[in-house]
Ligand binder design. Structure first.
Ligand SMILES: [Zn+2]
Length: 468
């Protein structure tokens, strides 16, 4: 496995701290609103990184934070006269729904900021004691000048002049001392913790350091995030964690690039700010977005357009039909034709190797998809004959399942009984050459959101996809 490490700015061969396992921390959502598709690109990318390590034989321990306390969540909850928990629970649920729809595997340790306050307080106390933090009127701050390696990840040059930042919205241009703990004030209402520190609440950056160390280890293998988090968030995570433990925090930093819409940055004022609900509202299958993300290298900006997304709906349709046709085609056992069987065997083997090599080459899912579609083409060409040799079926099915279980771009769905009944009836009409009646039923099925594709023998039903 080779991956591009932001820390060295080079593609490196991956070496796990502990053989056979990968510890992986992934920055999660702030649950004050719906996630936009730029965030979702990053969350799909995390899923790919994890599945890639699993495909390569590793056991992966992934932790993701849910930021359920910060300036934005407190403000939004107060505006709606809800408690912080009531409010953030709503958007946590929506976030989980989005992951489900996008086929993101849930074998992740999700942990909320508010469940880890004790660890944050412990870290802050030690940083105070060792001179990495200091107290001001309104809270406890991290002293950036005390951490010599500051700026190493992002390449930020630190000029030695530091101002102090109170809010969670940071100046992207300069290094600043940032809040570790914010003392309570009236606008925080009921939101505060005391105990080890004076009544208050944590800053945003300390959350990730505490959760990574508490739930994984002092030093972890991989830390992923969107490229916008590199500075100052990840830089601050390193400064806090390494000052606290005295050890290297992360071996491999992996960053996913931005998503643009029509080549512009997404923003509410431009009206190009989309959530998964918006895509679904326009009739798109969430997995078309997953497929789009996989087809574009994570280190490149992804330019999202609805026209482009239609192309991926078309590809979903191909996947759906190919898989169903293979399943539906009559199988038989052929004694001869060893040459043909051997050819199929070898081609599938080669495609699987190409697939794995692509994934192991810095998560090149675009090339992996090329191998996947080549395999589907091969399957289609065997199915076209109307029946398929059982051993060929097995080899093809095995290869497709293997690739698909990594890609996660297909989810089986139920077809309503009235649709399957209509399709059966239509088939009977066709058999008795009553084509007009058959066509009427075919159109009726279409009106109901499904369609029939005829095979040489028999047919398959699939749902309708949006296509360009
Ligand atoms: Zn983080």
């Amino acid at each position: 496995m080779e991956l591009f490490n932001t820390l060295s700015r080079k593609k490196e061969k991956f070496k796990a701290l502990k053989e056979g396992t990968v510890t992986m921390y992934t920055c999660g959502p702030t649950v004050y609103n719906y996630a936009h598709i730029g965030n979702l690109r990053t969350f799909i990318f995390y899923d790919i990184v994890k599945r890639a390590f699993e495909l390569d034989g590793y056991k992966v321990k992934q932790v993701m934070n849910i930021t359920d306390v910060d300036d934005k969540t407190i403000k939004s909850a107060a505006e709606r006269r809800m408690s912080l928990k009531e409010y953030t629970d709503i958007y946590t649920k929506y976030f989980m729904d989005d992951l489900e729809k996008l086929n993101v595997e849930k074998n992740i340790k999700f942990t909320k900021a508010t469940e880890n306050i004790d660890k944050m307080q412990l870290i802050i106390k030690k940083l105070l004691k060792t001179g990495y933090a200091y107290e001001a009127d309104d809270g406890i701050y991290y002293k950036v000048s005390a951490f010599e390696a500051y700026g190493r990840l992002s390449g930020m040059t630190v000029d030695g002049k530091y101002s102090r930042i109170k809010g969670d919205e940071y100046d992207k241009e300069s290094a600043t001392d940032f809040a570790l703990w914010k003392y309570w004030d009236a606008k925080d209402g009921e939101v505060y913790w005391d105990g080890e520190l004076k009544k208050g609440r944590p800053g945003w950056h300390i959350e990730c350091s505490a959760m990574a160390i508490k739930h994984l280890a002092k030093t972890i293998d991989v830390h992923c995030g969107g490229v916008d988090l590199m500075f100052p968030h990840h830089e601050n995570e390193i400064a806090q964690s390494e000052a606290y433990t005295g050890e290297k925090f992360v071996n491999y930093w992996v960053h996913c690039e931005h998503l643009l819409v029509n080549n512009q940055k997404m923003s509410k004022s431009l009206g190009n700010f989309y959530t998964l609900k918006d895509l679904e509202g326009r009739g798109f299958d969430p997995l078309s977005f997953r497929l789009m993300v996989l087809d574009n290298n994570y280190r490149n900006r992804l330019d999202f357009t609805f026209d482009n997304l239609k192309k991926y709906e078309g590809l979903l349709k191909k996947i759906d039909l190919s898989m169903k046709s293979l399943e539906k085609t009559e199988r038989y056992t052929e004694k001869d034709n060893e040459l043909s069987k051997q050819q199929v065997n070898e081609t599938v083997k080669r495609l699987i190797e190409e697939f794995k090599a692509a994934v192991n080459n810095d998560f090149n899912t675009h090339s992996a998809l090329v191998a996947f579609f080549a395999l589907l083409d091969l399957s289609d060409s065997r199915v076209e004959k109307g029946r398929i040799d059982s051993s060929e079926y097995k080899v093809l099915k095995g290869g497709i399942d293997k690739m698909q279980s990594f890609l996660g771009v297909y989810k089986d769905y139920e077809i309503p009984r009235e649709i399957t009944q209509m399709a059966d009836e239509r088939e009977k009409f066709r058999e008795s050459k009553k084509f007009t009646e058959a066509d009427i039923l075919r159109d009726k099925i279409k009106e109901n959101g499904y369609f029939i594709a005829d095979l040489k023998k028999g047919y398959v039903i699939a749902k309708k996809y949006l296509e360009s």
